[in-house]
Design a protein around this ligand. Structure first.
Ligand code: PLP
Length: 423
């Protein structure tokens, strides 16, 4: 950590002093040999667990054959195979086409460009609380923390914000359409079907259907950013499937390739009207990442989706029982293995996050006062029980002395084995 502090960008938002050395399944080992239960999955990325043998085998075989050739300029069979596979699992009833990228933010950029290019409209609607990435287009759609914009303005012009959830569709009609920009000039509504970084918020049942209706009525594209909520995380392949809505464009990332850099913009085929040369990427859809994605999708369809529902229910039920016993916990909410635990304030959430780490489970904050759990989709019921035990013990640790004293006792990152006792 000291060496890191000398040479890395100080902008990296480190949560606490976890230094992983290796991982297997839902477990990770740090450089000191401590073994921890990973309820983060590398931030909702390692969907199939750490270094799943099937994924490692696919990566190794592909790496031995071909590491790279740019699919933008030439033809890569595995790139097309990945797009075809995504077409089969996409939550759209008609045919789709896919543009592959290296990261979620690039998939968002691609969607912004395609939406403007196809509709020839300039405005984009996003939601307060949402997170879409950190490059200029995606960060302009982001409204989860002012810090993401601070010092970087002006943002991309033409982005309008509405409240996330029940008030959103009404606000779009009554305020945006009437007072800010006519619907005929709106290219897309970009929405996370479940808020990720903004606090693991599940919208009311009618939110996405009402957005779908507004889009269909006015020729606006509905872009579902499923970078965090997709690839089985919520117990369905896509979170939109819980709400009976078909997006026009779907963005996938994070869990799509078990940790290899890959993301995707999957669009209705008839929207892909941009001509050759309009968009591309040197690395996007790298063959090794594609091999990892194909193995990942096999595993998700081959049993992990079912496990997500089973393990997610156990985790959610257990957390709800803990909420009854632990006064620090305000609310527990979740779909599948995308679970948020709301505390009274940010300090408490922060202290519980660190207390979990000290006791051997990795969780991460989200929103203002939420701890999120997004474990690998293969987590088993024994590991769920361990996670629940550790989480409750962490709540007790923090409740005993209060979040301020707890944090003071453990320091900013110093997570020594003695720390729980000193607290
Ligand atoms: C919903 C959502 N969209 C986009 C992104 C950006 O993805 P990346 O960090 O891969 O650029 C994230 C990442 O956290 C995300 O959660």
């Amino acid at each position: 950590m000291d060496a890191d502090a000398q040479v890395t960008s100080p902008s990296l938002p480190r949560a606490y002093g976890f230094v992983p050395a290796r991982g297997a399944g839902a477990m990770v080992e740090d450089v000191d040999g401590n073994i921890l239960l990973d309820l983060n999955a590398g931030i909702a990325v390692c969907s199939t667990g750490h270094s799943h043998p099937d994924v490692v085998r696919a990566i190794t075989e592909q790496a031995e054959r071909l590491l790279h050739y740019s699919a933008s300029d030439f033809f890569l069979p595995i790139y097309a195979e990945t797009c075809a596979r995504l077409d089969r699992i996409a939550p759209m009833s008609g045919p789709t086409r896919t543009f592959l990228t290296n990261s979620g933010t690039e998939a968002v950029e691609a969607a912004i460009k395609l939406a403007r290019h196809h509709t020839r409209r300039q405005y984009l609607i996003s939601f307060i609380g949402s997170f879409h990435g950190r490059s200029y287009g995606s960060v302009s759609l982001t409204a989860s923390k002012a810090r993401y914009h601070e010092g970087f303005g002006p943002m991309l012009p033409g982005v309008l914000f509405a409240p996330y959830g029940g008030d959103g569709p009404g606000y779009i009609e009554d305020v945006i359409f009437k007072r800010l920009a006519p619907p005929s000039e709106i290219a897309a509504i970009v929405v996370e079907p479940v808020l990720g970084e903004g606090g693991y918020v599940i919208p009311p049942k009618d939110f996405l259907p009402r957005l779908r209706d507004l889009c269909s009525e006015h020729g606006i594209l509905l872009v579902a950013d499923e970078v965090q909520s997709g690839m089985g995380r919520t117990g369905r392949m896509w979170a939109v499937q819980h709400f009976g809505v078909e997006p026009d464009i779907l963005l996938a990332g994070k869990g799509i390739a078990s940790g290899m850099p890959l993301a995707a913009m999957i669009a209705r085929a008839d929207l892909m009207t941009w001509p050759m040369g309009a968009h591309g990427s040197t690395y996007g859809g790298n063959p090794v990442s594609c091999a990892a994605a194909l193995a990942t999708i096999d595993l998700i369809e081959g049993g992990l989706l079912a496990n997500t529902e089973r393990a997610g229910t156990a985790l959610l039920d257990g957390l709800r029982a803990i909420a009854e016993r632990q006064p620090l916990v305000r609310e527990v909410r979740g779909l599948g293995l995308m679970i948020g635990i709301e505390f009274e304030d940010a300090e408490t959430a922060d202290a519980v996050e660190v207390a979990c780490f000290l006791r051997g489970a990795l969780v991460l904050r989200a929103g203002d006062a939420v701890v999120r759990m997004a474990p690998p989709l293969l987590i088993n019921l024994a590991q769920v029980a361990t996670g629940l035990r550790i989480f409750e013990e962490a709540c007790v640790d923090v409740g005993r002395v209060g979040p301020k004293a707890f944090r003071r006792a453990v320091g900013p990152y110093e997570a020594g084995p003695e720390a729980p006792e000193t607290a």
